[in-house]
Design a protein around this ligand. Structure first.
Ligand code: AN7
Length: 321
């Protein structure tokens, strides 16, 4: 049996003797080297971090286990989040397992049925609201300020602390950080968390280099790229259909400190990448996840040279939902 994520990275996480070391088997996900796409893109080394292998099928479990451990430590008995789907599935699973009442607020339209099924099967109270994710998050913020319920969206700092463990796993697998990290951007919590992980490693003297953080939003939901809130975000990648990211400013810091970029990819580019990953590599992630590879493809086609570079694309969630 491998150690629980919270145990393995205990020294780097906000864990004290009162924090329960809980687990549902999250983390320790595969970092798989490309068989074909790295040649097609003339990329030195290309890897995919398969976060869909987490217990509820997405990277959210890394942050949720930390946030729920802290909620338990503080004696909370209820958790709540707004979600485009995966966060609600994760909150519901950890809530069920660790006896917390779980409430999730989701947009009425276009949340993947499999994600809602997970939340309902785990006994969460699911409320759909007329409106999009950003409006659902406003409701959750207001309710958790007023009532003794722990907010488990990535505004909860413990979520980002847990999620940074993925950066450490990549460093451990490669023996150091990659040159580029390509990652989907929705609420921008994950890009922030990875950057925190890589920067902490560097500060501790781990390595002189840190990866350029390459974040990708969907064209119809690209507020960070355009610099404007998107009132009615649109994209086939429902997980990242977010018009006003909670970690917007932190994502800009990650981009600028790392010498990276945050760009947009179209729905056609996302779907092309989604099928290429499946057909060429046997990797079936959800459309939002494919935006990381879609972004890399876009850069390579625009002539950016990756011949002696190590690139990691984060595949944030399974395609099975
Ligand atoms: C598969 O579940 O926001 O930039 O409410 O499910 O950290 O928001 C999901 C986001 C990427 C974007 N890939 O990550 C939610 C939610 C998948 C996702 C993202 C999400 P962030």
């Amino acid at each position: 049996m491998s150690l629980a994520l919270l145990e393995r990275y205990r020294d780097r996480l906000p864990i004290n003797p009162e924090t329960p070391i809980i687990t549902l088997g999250e983390g320790d996900t595969p970092l798989v080297r490309s068989q074909r796409l790295e040649r097609e893109l003339s990329c030195g080394e290309l890897y995919f971090k398969l976060e869909g292998c987490n217990p509820t099928g997405s990277f959210k479990d890394r942050g949720m286990v930390m946030a729920v451990a802290k909620a338990l430590e503080m004696g909370s008995n209820a958790i709540m989040c707004a979600s485009t789907g995966n966060t609600s599935a994760s909150a519901a699973a950890y809530g069920a397992r660790f006896s917390l009442e779980t409430m999730v607020i989701v947009p009425k339209r276009d949340v993947a049925a499999g994600k809602l099924a997970q939340a309902m099967a785990c006994g969460a109270r699911v409320v759909s609201v007329e409106g999009n994710f950003d409006e659902a998050l406003q409701i959750v913020r207001a309710l958790t300020e007023k009532y003794p319920i722990t907010l488990v969206n990535s505004l909860n700092p413990f979520r980002l602390e847990g999620q940074k463990t993925a950066a450490y796993e990549i460093i451990d697998s490669l023996g150091g950080p990659p040159d580029y990290l390509c990652i989907p951007v929705g609420n921008a919590g994950n890009i922030t968390a990875y950057w925190n992980g890589f920067s902490e490693y560097k500060r501790e003297g781990g390595s002189g280099v840190s990866p350029r953080m390459m974040g990708f939003q969907a064209e119809g939901s690209a507020p960070i790229v355009t610099g404007r809130v998107v009132p009615t975000p649109k994209t086939v990648a429902s997980a990242i259909r977010i018009g006003n990211p909670a970690s917007w400013q932190k994502a800009l810091i990650a981009r600028d400190e790392s010498g990276g970029l945050i760009d947009a990819v179209s729905d056609e580019q996302i779907l092309e990448a989604y099928f290429m990953l499946a057909k060429c590599e046997g990797i079936f992630g959800e459309p939002a996840s494919a935006s990381s590879f879609a972004g890399l493809l876009k850069m390579a086609r625009a002539g950016q040279d990756f011949t002696d570079k190590k690139v990691v694309c984060v595949i944030t969630g399974t395609g099975l939902k």
